[in-house]
Design a protein around this ligand. Structure first.
Ligand code: PLP
Length: 388
């Protein structure tokens, strides 16, 4: 059976050029980039090349790019780094949105336990963070505002430039988690007006376990990982050279392909979405349809348990994801859909379809083709009538 992968927001397969260059790096660039001899300098040159490629992807200067172990570390680094650097100023208030990734939400929770005051900005069913809500939440004590560029579950793109302007007017630092936009749509740190930006290689055909934090030059940041002087003393530890090389190649490829790929994926996603809404009764899209990243749709299926639909689709060869996490047999409703104010049943009947490079029209046709019978069968197992 030919399997269809529609879970690119969870991770993407590394591009063949990424794999080739990474295996060459493992073989040939094995020196420690901190070593002064030839082998060290070869590895250092590989890091420099990757740093320039990442900087090029987001309109930044290479000296402002810090390599990390991925999106989670970059988010932690940004939030903890700013919170701790500004602690002495007395600014002990942190703001984020209720629909952030756990990497941000749980970091704020951890800081709240250590005395920081935190505010979660609410969202409505559009899935867009309102600038008015931020304006109302900002105080003279606000140290940092962190709002994601695009949401990983529903794909909505947030008005970052406007939010950053508001935060900075009150003297707060602004971080954006751009893990779901970097490499997919144009990201320019200057146009966004942010101070810090997180990205992760495995969301755009690079390897897992490597990412970057962009830090505006001159920003005060406490390094959370202490040790050697790597990354200008901001992130200690011998660099993951092969991973970083892979990130660099992925960034380079994304920069050249992004425009065409977004123009291809947007209509493909729309065709999938419209096809599902037409073919299956009791379905609705979660969040606004625009602005969204071009590869993502999140659809609710009345009277269907998302987890059962995911498994049935997997048996039919289609890999998707639920907005909810299933831990030790208990279904946790999606915190994103919950924050958007959807009723409990909708937070547990929604499926995310996230498209990518290998997906074709034929894939979309097959998914639209298999879904009605699968959904009918699941609904026949429950008794409540389908809500239109
Ligand atoms: C919005 C967002 N932020 C952060 C992360 C975490 O990134 P990583 O898997 O590189 O730690 C993810 C991954 O799903 C994400 O979607």
């Amino acid at each position: 059976m030919q399997r269809i992968y529609l879970d690119h927001n969870a991770t993407t397969p590394p591009h063949p050029a990424v794999i080739d260059r990474m295996s060459a790096a493992l073989r040939e660039d094995f020196g420690n980039p901190s070593s002064v001899h030839h082998f060290g300098q070869v590895a250092k040159a590989a890091l420099d090349e990757a740093r320039s490629a990442v900087a090029g992807l987001i309109g930044a200067d290479p000296s402002e790019v810090i390599f990390t172990s991925g999106g989670t570390e970059s988010d932690n680094f940004a939030i903890r780094g700013v919170a701790e650097a500004l602690d002495v100023t007395g600014r002990k208030h942190l703001i984020t949105s209720a629909i952030e990734h756990e990497a941000v939400l749980n970091t704020l929770k951890a800081l709240a336990r250590r005395g920081w005051k935190t505010t979660l900005l609410p969202v409505d069913q559009s899935g867009i963070v309102s600038p008015d809500a931020l304006a109302a939440a900002l105080t003279d004590d606000t140290a940092l505002v962190s709002v994601m560029h695009a949401n990983n579950e529903i794909g909505t793109v947030q008005p970052i430039a406007e939010l950053a302007r508001l935060a900075k007017a009150r003297g707060a630092v602004f971080h954006t988690d751009a893990v779901q936009t970097s490499g997919k749509v144009p990201v320019d740190v200057k146009a966004l007006g942010v101070d810090l930006l997180s990205l992760s290689a495995h969301k755009f055909y690079g390897p897992k376990g490597v990412g970057a934090l962009w830090v505006r030059r001159g920003l005060r940041l406490q390094a959370p990982i202490t040790g050697g002087k790597q990354e200008r003393s901001r992130r200690a530890g011998t660099e993951n050279v092969a991973g970083i090389v892979g990130l660099g190649v992925a960034a380079q490829l994304a920069r050249t392909k992004m425009g065409d790929e977004a123009a291809r994926l947007g209509p493909l996603r729309d065709r999938l979405e419209d096809g599902i809404l037409r073919a299956v009764t009791g379905t609705a899209v979660n969040g606004v349809r625009s602005p969204r990243v071009p590869n993502t749709t999140n659809i609710s299926f009345e009277r269907v348990e998302a987890e059962s639909l995911l498994i049935a689709l997997d048996l039919a060869g289609v890999a998707v994801s639920t907005g909810s996490a299933c831990s030790s047999g208990t279904l946790e409703p999606s915190h994103v859909l919950k924050a958007m104010g959807f009723p409990a049943h909708r937070t547990q009947n929604s499926i995310r379809f996230s498209l990518g490079a290998a997906n074709t029209d034929a894939d979309v046709d097959r998914v639209i083709g298999v879904l009605p019978a699968i959904v009918d069968k699941l609904r026949s197992l429950t008794r409540t009538p389908v809500r239109a």
